[in-house]
Design a protein around this ligand. Structure first.
Ligand SMILES: Cc1cc2nc3c(=O)[nH]c(=O)nc-3n(C[C@H](O)[C@H](O)[C@H](O)COP(=O)(O)OP(=O)(O)OC[C@H]3O[C@@H](n4cnc5c(N)ncnc54)[C@H](O)[C@@H]3O)c2cc1C
Length: 390
C-alpha cells in the first residue's frame, strides 16, 4: 500500500469514527456553521464534539505546521483529507476569514513572534477575524485608501473609515490596510496591520442588505493606538502582502461549490417544475449542470497542479470569476423556472424552499462583487494570465 493509500485509509477511518452523523448533513443555514472566535456558539452537542475533535487533531487547519496548531499535512495529504471529508459529507468544523486569508500570509510574511501570537489562537478557533480593506472611495481601486496611520513612539495612531467589513460586529481582530506614507506613490505608502477590535476609538455600525441579512459593517477609527509590532511584512510594504491575501481570498471563493457555504439542493427544488416544463427548460438546466461539472473538473486539475508546485495563483482569478458567475446564474435560472413562486422572500403562501431561492438569488449577486468584482477579475486575467498590455 502506498503512503497516500495508507493516509486515505487512516483518514477515512478516523472521520467515520469521529464525525457525528448530524455533522454529515448539508449546510442549510447560518446555525449549521460554527464561526470561531471569543463568542463561538454551538447549536448542538454534535457541533461542539466535531469542532473539538478536529481541533485536537490539528485538522481545523490541516495544512499549517504543528507548532502553530495545525495538522502538519503536506498538499497531497490535505487533498486526500478534503476528498474523504467530501465523500462522507462532513461539514467544515469551523469558519473563520482568518484561516482562509490571514493565516497563509502570516505563514509567508510574519515574523516568528507574530506567527506564534496569532496563528495558534486562530488554529484553536479562539479568535475571529475581519478584513478592513475597502473604504467609501477605495473598493476596486483599493490602493486609493485613505485611512491614516501615523507613527507615535511604539504605536501607530489610526484615523479613518472602512466599509463593507463582513462580520465587523462579531470579529475580535481585524487585519487592515492603512496609509503610512501619504507622500509616496499610491501602492508604496500602504502598510498591512493587525488590530484588536476592542481598542479604544474603534466603533462599528452594521449595514442592512436587500436580502434581509446584515453581515456588513462600517468601521470607524478615531485615533486608535496600535502597537507597531503588529505591522506585517514591513512598514510601507503592505501592498504585496495585500495582493497575496487577495489571491487566497479568490481561491477560497472559488471553492464555494465544494460544500463550504450554505446552499440549496437546487436540482431537488427544480424537479417538480422541470417535470411540467418543456424541453427548452430541460436543455437549459442540463447546460448549467454540464458547466458545473466542467468547473469541478477544472478545479480538480488546478489542485493537482498546485500539489505539483506549479504556480496557479493568477488562474485563481478565472476560478473566482467562473464560480461566482455560475452560482449567480444558477439561482437566476431556478427563479425563472419557478415563475412567480420564486419571487417571494416572505409570506406564508410560499414554502421555506421557495423563500430561500429568492434570498439566494439576491445573495449570490454579492459573490460577483466580494473579493474583487467580476470586471476586476477580467482585468487580472487580461494582464496576468493572457499577458495583455495594461
Ligand atoms: C458580500 C461582500 C463582502 C465583502 N466583504 C468585505 C470585507 O470583509 N472587507 C472589505 O474590505 N471589503 C469587503 N467587501 C467590499 C468589496 O471588496 C468591494 O465591494 C469590491 O472590491 C468593489 O468595490 P466597490 O463596492 O467600491 O465598487 P466600485 O469599485 O465602485 O465598482 C463599481 C463598479 O465599477 C466597476 N469597476 C470599477 N473599476 C473598474 C475597472 N478598473 N475596470 C472595469 N470595471 C471597473 C466594478 O467592477 C463594479 O461593477 C465585500 C463586498 C461584498 C459584496
Amino acid at each position: 500500500m502506498s503512503e497516500s493509500d495508507a493516509f486515505r485509509a487512516e483518514a477515512r477511518q478516523w472521520l467515520e469514527a469521529n464525525c457525528p452523523p448530524s455533522m454529515r448533513l448539508p449546510i442549510r443555514n447560518d446555525a449549521d456553521m460554527v464561526w470561531g472566535g471569543s463568542r463561538i456558539t454551538f447549536h448542538s452537542d454534535d457541533q461542539r464534539a466535531w469542532f473539538e475533535r478536529m481541533r485536537e487533531r490539528g485538522w481545523l487547519v490541516p495544512g499549517w505546521p504543528r507548532e502553530f496548531g495545525g495538522g502538519g499535512l503536506g498538499p497531497r495529504e490535505q487533498r486526500i483529507l478534503e476528498q474523504e471529508m467530501r465523500a462522507l459529507g462532513c461539514r467544515q468544523p469551523q469558519y473563520n476569514l482568518g484561516i482562509w486569508m490571514l493565516g497563509p500570509v502570516l505563514l509567508e510574511f510574519g515574523t516568528e513572534e507574530q506567527k506564534r501570537e496569532h496563528l495558534v489562537p486562530m488554529a484553536r478557533g479562539e479568535v475571529r477575524w475581519c478584513q478592513g480593506f475597502s473604504e467609501p472611495n477605495a473598493g476596486s481601486d483599493l490602493a486609493s485608501l485613505r485611512t491614516a496611520a501615523v507613527r507615535d513612539g511604539d504605536d501607530f495612531v489610526i484615523t479613518g473609515q472602512k466599509i463593507w467589513t463582513s462580520q465587523g460586529d462579531k470579529a475580535d481582530w481585524m487585519y487592515a490596510l492603512v496609509r503610512t506614507d501619504p507622500q509616496a506613490k499610491k501602492q508604496q505608502g500602504i502598510s498591512f496591520i493587525l488590530l484588536d477590535m476592542r481598542s479604544p476609538g474603534v466603533s462599528v455600525r452594521p449595514i442592512e442588505l436587500i436580502s434581509g441579512k446584515s453581515e456588513f459593517c462600517q468601521v470607524f477609527f478615531d485615533a486608535v493606538r496600535v502597537p507597531a509590532r503588529h505591522v506585517i511584512g514591513g512598514v510601507n510594504q503592505g501592498w504585496r502582502v495585500a495582493k497575496r491575501l487577495l489571491e487566497h481570498e479568490r481561491a477560497a471563493m472559488a471553492t464555494f461549490s465544494e460544500g463550504g457555504a450554505p446552499t440549496l439542493d437546487a436540482l431537488a427544488i427544480a424537479a417538480p417544475y422541470l417535470a411540467a416544463a418543456g424541453p427548452v427548460w430541460r436543455d437549459r438546466v442540463a447546460a448549467a449542470l454540464m458547466d458545473q461539472q466542467a468547473f469541478a473538473l477544472t478545479a480538480r486539475r488546478l489542485k493537482e497542479m498546485a500539489i505539483a508546485r506549479e504556480d496557479v495563483a493568477a488562474l485563481g482569478a478565472i476560478m473566482k470569476l467562473v464560480q461566482t458567475e455560475q452560482e449567480s446564474a444558477k439561482y437566476e435560472l431556478l427563479q425563472q423556472l419557478m415563475g412567480q413562486r420564486g419571487l417571494a422572500m416572505e409570506g406564508d403562501d410560499f414554502t421555506a424552499d421557495e423563500r430561500a431561492v429568492c434570498r439566494m438569488w439576491l445573495y449570490t449577486k454579492s459573490y460577483t462583487i466580494a473579493g474583487g468584482a467580476s470586471e476586476i477579475q477580467l482585468n487580472i486575467i487580461a494582464r496576468r494570465v493572457l499577458g495583455l498590455p495594461a
